[in-house]
Design a protein. Structure first.
Length: 773
């Protein structure tokens, strides 16, 4: 809540009589001039100068008349105009009463309030609002008394003492109309509130009658304090700012409670003509308007002339609406990709289209770690654009993306959608959620399903000899159609050999493997992307997914088989009341997909560097100095035409998926030497650099071996599947050439193992009327 407004050191307001000082405002903001030193000339003097400049003839001075006669004529004229106006209003009252809306509904008609979005450390990173306007709510006691009085004095000086049917002011408007001065629109604050809430001004008499009737009913239905609060929260102040709280934050970067006299007078003058008095565009006109407001305050005794002079002399600094918004880059962290994912995909999908920008008025607390985000942005940018670097841009420009999660909760720690996301030419595409072929990263799910079947172990022998399936002959990474006989599953996985992976998938069945991937979190595989039973290339990553999808699926293995959907939001609260409308519960949303012992075997196997030899040699980019980590690479394409290059790796607390390649599908070249970019040369350097920083200064942790997993000879086994047991001997896997038709021994993951009920998101209640209205 904004702080309580400070007590303003000024005399108590004198309202009795509403005496106007010579040259003071006429109460509607159009008149008023300088009654003290340092202020501009009166409105009549300005009109005289204007007439002279335009060559208009100066009227002859009127003949002097006796004071009594002049006074009587003036009173008679005002009475005639006032009586005519009153007659018109009361005659039309019964006619128009049935044509106007219920005035009491105005309380629920406040414009959509801005919604604030915060990073994990509480830093404001975005403001969600309807297109074309910004709006923050403030209760009346959160608005400077100076601003309240300035508004009343210049817009409706009889506000507190008269009903909305202000006959003296209507008479004054008529007098001004007869003088062609347009001084006074005869619209009181209640009438203006009625106008901006219910009516569309067409300049007709019937419109004016409706405005007056609605204003009168507002006075009957609400207190003056309620009316003023609603008015100050709904009147436009220019530059898309709706309401005084927004205007105060926009123009002066302070809450409405902290506005001083000079600032209050400046803002109180804007609603009459926000564009014409824009202090950034027309500082001279804005200054004259401010001084007119100050003189209106002097005329009714709200302030002294000395206070007005001091306020007029105060130098004010104005800001623009661009400065009102949080910067895109905060401490080196570009929040654009994360916010794009949050507002365009996550919130609408989770809450059935609600983005919390309309009606708004919420605080959204996210999981974004600004330090991790800054590291992700800097690393992707330096590797993609650096020279010599590991990655040289493809024919139409290379790029990269990174997604980092906490596998234990699903929290989205960082998301980089492009090496130059903010570039108007090459950026603006969130590659972190774009679909690409994931290559050999899909082998994660093939071998997980193989272990879960209990027919195979990490030491099962798999044939690396040629095979042809339905006319398709798979090749290994180097383009060879034949390998070197047999390899143990742990080496086939670590070296990312294609032929053994296809054979394993063939033995298990494509559909069980695909169902496992979907249940683990690779949601883009569902629907049209789901493979057919004969899509044997599925394990080689031919079905497109996104880096976010890969991170989600791998995180299930990283959290010992428990799936947490990506969760970029921890809670959403009503900004006015602080009450929670949504709270993410990681424990309640957890769902067991893979048995813990199976996931543990995968985590351990993928952390052992020797299983990656000889294909990756003694390559260090898939490890983290000083702490264990699991990793898997992937590359789509073959030979010298690799298009999508991946690395996904994790510790128990941080998981990161990286993609590099060319957004237009060109092959990605490697370094300064002939060759191609692959998962290990293109994506792994980004993964390692980021993970080192993200895990720095955190304890070194690793998985505790489950009691139903045992180790023998450097490999891990499920109970009863190790050497000498009767299970785990479904191989060697060499079909179809040496065994025959597929055995279809894979575990069908269409139903998760040991399912844990997953409650849906907390329903979003329909927001009540904005507090304070």
């Amino acid at each position: 809540m904004p702080p309580t407004p400070p007590e303003n050191p000024r005399p108590r307001r004198v309202r009795a009589g509403h005496v106007r000082a010579r040259g003071a405002s006429n109460g509607n903001g159009n008149g008023g001039g300088a009654a003290g030193q340092g202020l501009t000339s009166t409105a009549s003097q300005r009109r005289l100068r204007r007439d002279l400049l335009l060559g208009r003839r100066r009227p002859s001075p009127p003949r002097r008349r006796p004071l009594l006669r002049t006074t009587l004529l003036f009173v008679a004229l005002l009475s005639t105009i006032g009586a005519a106006a009153a007659t018109t209003v009361y005659t039309g009252y019964n006619v128009f009463l049935g044509q106007i809306p219920d005035a009491t509904t105005v309380a629920s008609m406040e414009p959509a309030v801005d919604t604030n979005v915060y990073a994990a450390n509480g830093t404001l990173i975005d403001i969600l609002h309807p297109s074309g306007s910004f709006h923050l709510h403030a209760n009346l006691d959160q608005i400077s008394t100076y601003l309240q009085e300035a508004t009343v004095d210049v817009e409706d000086r009889h506000f507190y003492s008269e009903s909305s049917l202000d006959l003296p002011r209507i008479a004054e408007a008529g007098w001004g109309y007869l003088r062609h001065a347009n001084e006074g629109g005869a619209s009181t604050i209640p009438e203006q509130l009625a106008k901006i809430s219910f009516l569309q001004d067409n300049g007709s008499l019937s419109y004016k009658i409706k405005e007056i009737i609605l204003g009168s009913e507002l006075v009957d239905d609400f207190s003056k304090g309620q009316i003023l609060e609603m008015y100050l929260n709904r009147i436009p102040y220019g530059n898309q700012a709706i309401g005084i709280q927004t205007a105060a934050e926009l123009y002066f970067h302070v809450p409405a409670s902290q506005l001083d006299l000079a600032q209050s007078a400046m803002l109180a003058g804007l609603p009459q003509a926000p564009s014409a008095y824009d202090p950034n565009l027309y500082p001279g006109a804005a200054k004259e308007r401010q001084e007119a407001v100050l003189q209106a305050m002097v005329s009714v005794g709200s302030i002294t002339q000395a206070q007005a002079n001091a306020a007029a002399a105060e130098k004010l600094t104005y800001y623009t609406w661009q400065e009102y918004l949080p910067p895109t880059i905060i401490d080196g962290a570009n929040t654009s990709s994360f916010l794009n994912y949050l507002t365009a995909y996550y919130l609408p999908e989770l809450f059935h289209g609600d983005t919390f920008s309309d009606p708004g008025g919420y605080d959204i607390y996210t999981t974004l770690d600004l330090s991790d985000q800054a590291t992700a942005d800097a690393t992707v940018h330096s590797v993609i654009t650096g020279s010599p670097g590991w990655f040289v841009q493809g024919a139409s420009g290379g790029d990269g993306a990174l997604v980092s999660l906490d596998p234990q909760t699903g929290a989205v720690l960082a998301m980089t959608g492009s090496a130059n996301y903010s570039s108007p030419v090459f950026g603006q595409d969130n590659l972190a959620i774009d679909e690409r072929q994931p290559g050999s990263t899909m082998k994660l799910f093939t071998y997980t399903d193989a272990i879960a079947s209990r027919q195979y172990t990490m030491t099962t022998q798999i044939s690396d000899e040629p095979l042809t399936l339905n006319g398709w002959t798979p090749k290994d990474y180097e383009g060879a159609t034949a390998g070197e006989g047999f390899c143990e599953m742990e080496y086939c996985l670590g070296n990312s050999l294609n032929l053994p992976a296809v054979r394993t998938e063939y033995a298990l069945g494509v559909l069980p493997v695909a169902n496992l991937a979907v249940d683990a979190g690779v949601s883009l595989l569902s629907g049209a992307n789901f493979p057919a039973s004969t899509t044997y290339s599925f394990t080689l990553g031919t079905k497109p997914i996104s880096p976010l999808d890969l991170a989600d699926g791998a995180a299930t293995i990283a959290d010992l088989g428990v799936h947490h959907a990506p969760a970029p939001v921890t809670k959403i609260t009503n900004a006015a009341t602080g009450s929670a409308v949504y709270v993410y519960d990681a424990a309640a949303s957890a769902q067991r997909v893979v048995p813990e012992n199976v996931a543990y075997i995968m985590d351990e196997t993928l952390s052992v560097a020797k299983y990656r030899q000889p294909a990756f040699g003694n390559y260090q980019r898939l490890s983290l100095p000083g702490r264990p980590a699991s990793a898997k690479t992937g590359t789509s394409g073959s030979g010298y035409d690799n298009f999508d290059n991946w690395t996904v790796g994790w510790t128990p607390t941080v998981l990161t998926a990286v993609w590099v390649g060319d957004p237009q599908g060109e092959s990605a070249k490697y370094g300064l030497t002939p060759g191609v970019t692959s998962g290990v040369t293109g994506a792994a350097p980004i993964w390692q650099t980021y993970m080192e920083a993200a895990t720095a200064n955190t304890p070194v942790v690793w998985y505790q071996q489950p009691s139903d997993v045992y180790e023998a000879g450097g490999a891990w086994y499920l109970p009863g599947t190790g050497p000498g047991s009767s299970m785990g001997v479904g191989g060697p896997i060499c079909n179809p050439n040496c065994i025959g038709p597929p055995t279809q021994t894979g575990v069908d993951f269409t139903q998760p193992l040991l399912p844990t009920p997953t409650p849906g998101p907390t329903p979003i209640p329909t927001p009540a009327a904005t507090p304070g209205t």
